[in-house]
Design a binder for this molecule. Structure first.
Ligand code: FES
Length: 340
């Protein structure tokens, strides 16, 4: 992902990742489409929430202890609430099913501060938003922001059918203005958006944002292969295949980690993760995906040579942070010193 945002903004967002959490109350739950509900979170005491930018997401800590990431879909100028839209996944690992079945208006949950790895460019001549299914959620906050800025954009939105299309009334208003295109594929991707046509021409200054199921993202990446990396922004809530994260444990080497606060050093064996070893030694790190794509476990390091295996951090972030659920070390002799 090549996020285009100012260094200061990026630093600020990264600092926010200092694992701060707070409680919110579910103010309302509303039906958006078949199997899709919107959850409105507010401060239990009625205070304003922390500001967020279009494209941001939050970690939601579920009653089971699981942590899931959801994009904020409301207007970023709203300070009194966060809204997320949640699709009940057929193969839910407890996240979407728990939200659909177990929480009610009035339930209090813990969430993280918003963070944004999918921010809008501030210097685009035109924004192209591509959403597959529930991947439309960050796009709705982007649409609100771009409308306010008066910047040109077009939203392409592909879903299975009208009854499974969240935000359909709002998007149809954009369609009438020539600012959106909606396609329904009825389960056959060949009937959906013709991505090769949408993405054929890259015009300098255009910025592309895409979010949706893994197959949709892979198709967009193939169709946009000729777009420059700095013009492409992807929000992926599933692991992307890489040579490194496909490596078998036998191909890994062990390495040492050191805690800056205590000076304790621990060995991470092949096949084990930094998070595993920290947990064994009484250091609890919040994790969610455990595959390097959600950002929950991001930790600052102070020395060493990490081998990054995540799909969240860009080159600059990697000078300072590691995702400890999946990162390893390039050095067997020098410890990776973590700011813990
Ligand atoms: S737990 Fe998701 S990136 Fe580490």
């Amino acid at each position: 992902m090549a996020a285009v945002m100012s260094t200061d903004q990026r630093r600020e967002d990264l600092e926010i990742l200092a694992k701060k959490k707070f409680n919110v109350r579910i103010q309302s739950i509303s039906y958006l489409a078949e199997d899709i509900l919107a959850f409105e979170f507010v401060d239990p005491d009625g205070a304003n929430l922390l500001p967020f930018t279009a494209g941001a997401h939050i970690d939601v800590h579920l009653p089971s202890g699981a942590i899931r990431q959801y994009s904020l879909c409301n207007d970023p100028t709203e300070t009194h609430r966060y809204v997320v839209a949640v699709l009940r996944e057929v193969k839910s690992r407890g996240g979407s099913a728990a939200l659909h079945d177990e929480v009610r208006p009035g339930t209090e949950l813990t969430i993280s501060q918003p963070r944004n790895h999918f921010a809008l460019s501030k210097s685009a001549s035109r924004h192209v938003l591509l959403a597959g299914g529930i991947g439309v959620t960050p796009m709705m906050s982007m649409v609100a922001e771009l409308t306010r800025r008066g910047e040109p954009f077009h939203l392409y939105y592909c879903t299975r059918s009208p009854i499974r299309t969240a935000f359909l009334p709002q998007v149809m208003t954009l369609v009438e203005k020539g600012m959106a295109t909606v396609a329904h594929d009825n389960g056959n991707p060949e009937n959906g958006l013709v991505l090769d046509e949408v993405l054929t021409h890259y015009t300098p200054g255009n910025q592309l944002y895409y979010c949706g199921p893994a197959g949709f993202l892979d198709a967009v990446e193939a169709a946009a292969a000729h777009w420059p990396d700095e013009a492409k922004h992807c929000e992926r809530f599933a692991v992307a295949p890489t040579d490194l994260n496909a490596a078998e444990p036998e191909a890994q080497t062990g390495f040492d980690i050191k805690l800056a606060s205590t000076g304790e050093t621990y060995h991470v064996e092949p096949g084990r993760t930094i998070v595993d070893v920290l947990f064994d030694n009484g250091v609890d790190i919040d994790v969610s995906c455990e595959e390097g794509y959600c950002g929950t476990c991001m930790t600052r390091y102070l020395a060493g040579h990490p081998e990054h295996r995540d799909t969240v951090l860009d080159a600059e972030d990697r000078q300072e942070f590691v995702m400890v659920c999946c990162a390893r070390s390039k050095s067997e002799s020098e410890p990776l010193v973590l700011d813990i």
